[in-house]
Design a protein around this ligand. Structure first.
Ligand SMILES: [Zn+2]
Ligand SMILES: [Zn+2]
Length: 99
């Protein structure tokens, strides 16, 4: 037997997920937070598409470029410190060239 209530629930949930994907792709395309994004040194992908979710545990990581120690409130860490990201024009999170 198909559980009709569950099927409806799933349908509604899937629709919300699709809408949130569409919104993300729209933002990725339009780049509405351009200045904020540049300020944060994040590429369009990391700003709009990636969920950047990690476990809630303080994580220490060194900058891939200058070796400076960085602390993060969760396990979603950046590749570069903001200084290096800005100086070289790369995304601080995934280190791709900024777009
Ligand atoms: Zn650095
Ligand atoms: Zn990135």
């Amino acid at each position: 037997m198909i559980d009709k209530v569950k099927a409806l629930d799933s349908g509604a949930r899937n629709k919300r997920v699709v809408i949130s994907y569409i919104k993300k792709v729209e933002n990725f395309t339009r780049d509405p937070l351009l200045s904020e994004r540049k300020e944060e040194s994040l590429c369009k992908y990391c700003k709009y598409l990636s969920d950047r979710i990690g476990c809630d545990v303080m994580t220490e990581k060194t900058c891939d470029c200058c070796g400076k120690k960085m602390m993060f409130p969760n396990s979603c860490v950046d590749d570069l410190c903001v200084c290096c990201a800005k100086r070289h024009g790369h995304c601080k999170h995934c280190s791709q060239k900024m777009d």
